[in-house]
Design a protein around this ligand. Structure first.
Ligand SMILES: Nc1nc2c(c(=O)[nH]1)N=C([C@H](O)[C@H](O)COP(=O)(O)OP(=O)(O)OP(=O)(O)O)CN2
Length: 193
């Protein structure tokens, strides 16, 4: 059984070296839509794969890090990165360029880590991340699966190389959330949301 929850964020970027000049040479923004697809062969005590309400805790919080933020590629021109960080408080720095494809891989790894760290308390069993779909526009999307997220052909992504700005992390329910996830600390699901 597959379930899907939709999240949204508004984000700015430049995608260097792509064929579209508007995209590679200009800061521009998108109203992103993110589909998180979860699967299981089992149902929980509420006869659900995973309560949609529970996805609105850490999964939503982390995806929302990108909202009203600029996403930077750590290999971009250092002068550009420095200027963006100086004049914009909400930024996320990635070890890969922020194309729709790379966003799907990055968000796959982030959501997968949240699920791995989550202690589920309502009889959920073997809830797995199926894929992440990133809609960059109304007409274009990328869908990333586990094999894409871990693909060495596409370039290995280490979660440790994803950096959130101070203003982003201060808006999380726990400003140490990312550090805790990197260490693999447990996140306890509430019994009711
Ligand atoms: N495979 C990809 N192609 C493009 C990406 C991407 O992430 N992956 N990104 C871009 C640009 O960011 C661009 O803004 C979006 O491109 P495009 O679909 O051409 O945008 P339009 O607004 O022109 O969309 P229409 O619906 O066709 O008007 C470029 N390519």
């Amino acid at each position: 059984m597959l379930i899907r929850k939709l999240f949204k964020f508004e984000n700015a970027h430049i995608v260097r070296d792509c064929s579209t000049r508007r995209c590679s040479e200009n800061i521009h923004g998108h109203s992103y839509k993110v589909e998180v697809l979860l699967e299981s062969n089992y149902l929980d005590n509420g006869q659900m794969v995973y309560d949609f309400g529970l996805t609105k805790l850490y999964i939503k919080e982390l995806i929302d890090s990108f909202d009203h933020a600029i996403t930077l590629w750590s290999k971009d021109d250092p002068a550009y990165i420095e200027a963006m960080k100086r004049y914009s408080s909400r930024w996320v720095e990635l070890p890969v360029s922020p194309s729709a494809e790379q966003f799907s891989r990055v968000i796959y790894l982030m959501v997968e880590r949240v699920l791995a760290c989550t202690e589920m308390r309502n009889g959920e069993r073997e809830v797995k991340l199926h894929s992440i779909i990133i809609h960059e526009t109304e007409t274009g999307y990328a869908q990333g699966f586990m094999e894409d997220a871990y693909s060495e052909l596409m370039g290995k992504i280490a979660l440790e190389d994803i950096v959130f700005s101070e203003q982003v992390s201060l808006e999380w329910s726990d400003p140490a959330l990312w550090k805790k996830l990197l260490k693999g600390e447990k996140l306890l699901n509430p019994q009711k949301v």
